[in-house]
Design a protein around this ligand. Structure first.
Ligand SMILES: Cc1cc2nc3c(=O)[nH]c(=O)nc-3n(C[C@H](O)[C@H](O)[C@H](O)COP(=O)(O)OP(=O)(O)OC[C@H]3O[C@@H](n4cnc5c(N)ncnc54)[C@H](O)[C@@H]3O)c2cc1C
Length: 485
């Protein structure tokens, strides 16, 4: 490793950092995860995995374990709390998996440990210095300060990222005007009208006043609910301050009247509606992913999912660079592909918050929008945006419908019978589905990686297509014959 302590330092063991470390370890890259907190908090901001995240976990054989830790499946998504379905996306997972963020983190950390990678806890990144060959990361533990040299550093250290600040990249956006509050509340008597199981986004909540909104999501344990409350037009003086139980009780009373009685408030927190995105995701040997690269109001349940998908996009590219299979041009496609996806999420979140009614006119606008969202094509468009299913990378052009598109994981025909292609991705290889072994060399040249799994198929679902090559994150990057238009 040439006097380096490790190949890659990942700052932060949230869902993004853990997923990234998993991908790197899978590719045989030496990775050290530095996490400021001495132990996991066990608290959950996010509660869901979107269909595209489920598909990606399935590519690694990890979905089953996540399902075991989930408490429900939700049959639809939503746009500004207006339900939208997943019809037309050709996915095996047309639902959101209800799973607390803490469970996602615990599960990913377990998986990482089975790969021999441990999270170094109580290790806070302070700063770093990079040159053309390496990056030196300074971190603090209760034993003092240490320096670790690596080929790359990835900041997965959340919205207040020290790594992003150290890079001095712009983080443009808006401060927002309002706030939201979440609390996990155990009721003795649940509020009138609250659903008992979270199966749909219908009846979860909605607007309460001109600028206020509320929601109640059952968390699986009898009487336990995630209470969401917010005001788009008024923000507490200190958005980082702790939320008192009295404030939660007041917000509950305002939202649901005195029909409910509370047994316990397990935790409460507040969040801002600021929206910002780092101008660059890469500066030399330092990269950003997840909330370190983008923050936004949690409308639609997208943040964790965006971060995990950043990690899937970056993992194989960084591994290929570290292992010398690919050069800078491949690593640069991380920002080229993921920055527009992040920008699109900030855009749709702004649109969703704009649909929270605050006037006679906006209530009318919301009603018209809800009518439109009931149309199948509109519903598909909206759910594609929020779920990640609609992502198509422009990197490879659009001359063939598969290029830049995700593997939909429909069975392919082989001589041995139907085969589910996702099973070929478990070890993080490129995957070639081909009607002839003659295409393997060309595909290997495209992949620029020795890690290629070739699967002979008797046919492919596109006319005049003999072979399609998928990247390790499940997006098609090459087809043959080369389309002529
Ligand atoms: C109220 C609320 C509800 C949400 N609901 C949803 C939802 O339903 N669905 C969804 O998809 N998303 C949701 N989100 C967003 C989601 O929680 C975040 O997008 C997600 O946590 C981002 O993951 P991350 O790993 O990028 O960052 P984080 O989860 O913030 O993890 C960063 C990690 O880095 C560590 N760290 C920070 N600084 C340092 C340092 N200097 N050195 C070392 N370690 C450091 C932190 O301790 C932390 O463990 C919600 C957010 C909020 C606030």
């Amino acid at each position: 490793m040439n006097n380096l302590g490790t190949d890659v330092v990942v700052a932060g063991a949230g869902p993004t950092g853990l997923m990234l470390a998993h991908e790197l370890a899978l590719a045989g890259v030496d990775v050290v995860v530095l996490e400021r907190l001495p132990e996991r908090t066990g608290l959950s901001k996010a509660l869901n995995l979107q269909p595209r995240t489920a598909e990606m976990l399935e590519l690694r054989g990890l979905l089953h374990g996540a399902e075991e830790r989930s408490f429900t499946t939700v049959q639809d998504g939503h746009f500004a709390m207006i339900p939208v379905g997943y019809d037309g996306w050709d996915t095996r997972f047309p639902f959101q998996l209800g799973i607390p963020q803490a469970q996602v983190e615990a599960y990913l950390e377990e998986q990482l440990a089975t790969q021999g990678t441990k999270v170094l806890r109580g290790a806070e990144v302070i700063d770093f210095v990079q040159d053309k060959d390496s990056v030196s990361v300074r971190y603090r533990t209760n034993g003092g300060e240490t320096r670790l040299r690596a080929k790359f550093l990835v900041g997965c250290d959340g919205g207040r990222s020290v790594v992003r600040k150290g890079l001095d990249v712009d983080f443009p956006g808006v401060n927002g005007e309002g706030f939201g509050m979440v609390a996990d509340v155990l009721f003795d008597k649940i509020p009138d009208g609250a659903q008992k199981q979270w199966r749909t986004m219908r009846n979860v909540g909605g607007a309460t006043g001109d600028t206020t909104f509320k929601g109640l999501i059952p968390l699986g344990e009898p009487g336990l609910y995630r209470f969401v409350y917010g005001d788009r037009a008024s923000r507490p003086a200190d958005i980082r301050s702790a939320v008192s139980h009295d404030e939660v009780r007041r917000a509950l009373l305002e939202s649901y009247g005195d029909s409910a009685t509370v047994s316990e408030i397990r935790w409460a927190s507040q969040f801002s509606d600021a929206a910002r995105q780092a101008e660059h995701y890469r500066v030399g040997r330092v990269l950003l992913a997840g909330d370190a690269a983008h923050i936004h109001f949690p409308a639609g349940g997208q943040g964790l999912n965006l971060g995990v998908q950043d990690a899937m996009n970056l993992g194989w590219k960084l591994a290929a660079t570290v292992r010398g299979w690919a050069g800078d041009d491949l690593l640069d496609t991380y920002e080229a592909e993921r920055h527009p996806v992040g920008a699109q999420v900030l855009h749709n979140v702004a649109a969703q918050t704009g649909l929270i009614p605050r006037s006679h006119e906006s209530r009318a606008l919301r009603a018209v929008f809800a009518d439109l969202a009931a149309l199948p094509e509109v519903s598909r468009h909206l759910s594609g945006m929020v779920s990640g299913l609609g992502i198509r990378y422009a990197t490879y052009g659009t001359s063939h419908p598969a290029l830049g598109s995700r593997l939909t994981d429909q069975d392919v025909a082989t001589e041995a019978g139907p085969l589910r292609p996702s099973t070929l991705f478990h070890n993080g290889d490129f995957v070639l589905l081909t009607t002839s072994p003659a295409h393997t060399d060309a595909a290997r040249a495209q992949a620029r990686s020795p890690r290629l799994t070739t699967q002979l198929v008797t046919s492919l679902p596109w006319p005049s297509t003999d072979a399609v090559l998928y990247r390790p994150d499940g997006y098609a990057c090459w087809v043959t014959p080369t389309p002529t238009r």
